[in-house]
Write a protein that binds this ligand. Structure first.
Ligand code: NI
Ligand code: MN
Length: 225
């Protein structure tokens, strides 16, 4: 599979079979993203929670592509109410899709939609695709159950916030990597706005000092997992 990082918490996964998934596609109003929402493909859109910097351009993209939303029940119903297709899930549950498996995990955060509708509990997602597991934590503070998450599903790539203020900062994120024990950590949710400025190289160095691997993806970069 291929993993493309737009910036913030926005990623695109292209599977070996050619399915495309977007996670939290915040592109057009994202000052660090150089890709326009009109230019991205999507068969599926995974939302971790309902905040504007995660729902982003999801509806605009779904209107054009007919993508299926995958999110927790309350947010999925919100999408359905807006006329979109959704697969309702919830925390602790997993489901086998054509492209692979998704499991929803807890995240400690909030989840109100931009028009002030309750979006259900915020979540993280574990995607198991083409024999690899990718854990996108969503927006969250540090929590000890990350240890359990990593024990139940050995994680190949952990995508986690380091920007502080709304989520974990670097110190807590390094601890999160130690608890979850992935093969590789990739920082996200930083440098989009002044309030979440953080140095991803500092995160990488601190993760490496614990004997783990980290990759800092450039905004717009695509890598093969
Ligand atoms: Ni948020
Ligand atoms: Mn956020």
């Amino acid at each position: 599979m291929k993993l493309r990082y737009f910036s913030h918490s926005s990623f695109q996964i292209t599977t070996d079979a050619g399915h495309t998934l977007l996670i939290d596609p915040f592109l057009d109003d994202n000052p660090t993203c150089t890709v326009a929402s009109d230019d991205v493909a999507a068969d599926f859109i995974v939302l971790t929670h309902a905040h504007g910097d995660h729902v982003g351009d999801a509806f605009k993209i779904a209107e054009r592509t007919g993508a299926l939303f995958i999110c927790v029940n309350e947010l999925a119903n919100y999408c359905i109410d807006k006329g979109f297709k959704a697969h309702n899930m919830h925390i602790g549950g997993s489901y086998q899709f054509d492209f692979g498996r998704i499991k929803f995990t807890i995240a400690h955060h909030g989840s109100m939609t931009p028009d002030n509708t309750y979006g259900g509990e915020p979540a993280g997602v574990i995607l198991t695709i083409d024999g690899k597991s990718v854990y996108h934590t969503g927006d969250t503070g540090l929590f000890y159950d990350m240890k359990l998450i990593g024990e139940m599903t050995p994680i190949d790539y952990m995508l986690l916030p380091i920007g502080d203020n709304f989520t974990m900062g670097i110190t807590d994120a390094v601890k999160a990597v130690q608890l979850t024990n992935p093969q590789c950590a990739i920082p996200m949710h930083y440098n989009t706005f002044p309030v979440i400025e953080a140095d991803p190289e500092k995160f990488k160095q601190q993760v490496e000092a614990t004997g783990k691997k980290a990759i800092v993806m450039n905004f717009g970069q695509e890598i093969t997992l």
